[in-house]
Design a protein around this ligand. Structure first.
Ligand SMILES: *[C@@H]1O[C@H](CO)[C@@H](O)[C@H](O)[C@H]1NC(C)=O
Ligand SMILES: *[C@@H]1O[C@H](CO)[C@@H](O)[C@H](O)[C@H]1NC(C)=O
Ligand SMILES: *[C@@H]1O[C@H](CO)[C@@H](O)[C@H](O)[C@H]1NC(C)=O
Length: 321
């Protein structure tokens, strides 16, 4: 570790790094881009636990149907936009991928060019353990439904984890009890202040960067849209080290004041999924000005899902060595 650090340090611009983080820097441990997604993620052909009108397909099917497409610098994950569905048959083909590795203390930077848009869509980039959920906690980094901006970042836990009312964040807190049993798993959500953080506005703007820092004493999520001049250089260029202490006030901040993160959060996978309708998007559908009912729309209007795709430039993971 000492030896590795001594190799890495000369490559840095020291002025961008604070003294404290020099002692324990976040070092790039995974760059996941383009075809690299195949090495770092598993395709999960499972039933949607949130009852969406989707069928998650395996990797082979996803490639055959071009629901997963990778070039050297782009990774696309989408739902089918060609098939009219039998209302009595299975849901629209879609993709759910889960990182092979799990992470505890880490920083992850997601460079996202396009996110799924369209009535009925419920995309998510999130982290969880998946064994005995919600053991190990759940952190939603990017999530929303039916094109309703802004983005929300949310944590879900077992009973005993709450968030303080006043926190150093630019977003707006919702519920403060993160217990999944309270209000049907609402969790501790924070709405981002930026209109460009979700859906059609995000896409029209060329997307942007989401970043998470998770430690034993806090979880923070930041967002910069593609046009934002204040995006930190280490985020924008994917340098070997990052220093979240220099990133400014996060959009969402979850401190450990009344939540022992070492108890409620464990080894988590990164999951990227796109479901349609289901518990959240389906229930919220009526209030969004979307046509017909969610299920009918998904069944009968494949062409409405041509924009229902992620295009991800890269995911960079940083850890303490
Ligand atoms: C998709 O992501 C959301 C993230 O909040 C999660 O609640 C839901 O269970 C996921 N669906 C599937 C099938 O993984
Ligand atoms: C598959 O999807 C990619 C990304 O959207 C697109 O560039 C490509 O043309 C598609 N390939 C086929 C055969 O449709
Ligand atoms: C919060 O984190 C700090 C530093 O890791 C620790 O000393 C403190 O006990 C934690 N508080 C709770 C409630 O877990």
């Amino acid at each position: 570790m000492k030896f590795f650090n001594s190799l890495v340090f000369p490559l840095l611009t020291l002025s961008t790094i604070t003294f404290a983080s020099l002692l324990r820097p976040y070092v790039l441990t995974n760059t996941i881009a383009g075809l690299g997604f195949f090495a770092h993620f598993d395709w999960q052909a499972i039933d949607d636990p949130t009852h969406g009108r989707v069928t998650y397909v395996d990797q082979k099917t996803a490639i055959q149907q071009n629901l997963t497409y990778a070039s050297y610098d782009s990774f696309v994950l989408r739902t089918d936009s060609k098939t009219v569905l039998d209302p009595a048959g299975p849901g629209r083909n879609s993709v759910r991928i889960r990182s092979k590795r799990t992470y505890e203390t880490h920083v992850a930077v997601f460079d996202v060019r396009h996110m799924p848009q369209g009535c009925g869509t419920w995309p998510a980039i999130w982290e969880t353990k998946e064994v005995n959920w919600p053991d190990g906690g759940e952190i939603d980094i990017l999530e929303g439904v039916n094109d309703q901006t802004p983005n929300s970042a949310t944590i879900h836990t077992r009973a005993g984890c709450t968030m303080p009312e006043t926190r150093l964040q630019t977003g707006t807190s919702g519920q403060l009890d993160c217990d999944w049993l309270v209000n049907f798993n609402t969790g501790c959500g924070v709405k981002f202040p930026e209109k460009t953080s979700y859906g059609p506005d995000f896409n029209a703007n060329g997307g942007g960067w989401f970043a998470i820092e998770r430690t034993d004493d806090h979880i923070s999520v930041w967002f910069w849209d593609r046009q934002d001049k204040t995006v930190p250089r280490d985020v924008k260029w994917g340098t070997l080290l990052v220093d979240p202490k220099k990133w400014g006030i996060p959009s969402a901040h979850f401190p450990n004041t009344s939540c022992d993160f070492t108890q409620f959060f464990q080894e988590n996978h990164i999951i990227i999924n796109l479901t349609l309708c289901g518990d959240w998007a389906g229930n919220a559908y009526g209030a969004t000005g979307c046509p017909s009912t969610c299920i009918d729309h998904v069944n009968s209007s494949p062409e409405a899902f041509t924009e229902a795709y992620f295009d991800i430039g890269s995911i960079r993971i940083y850890e303490h060595l």
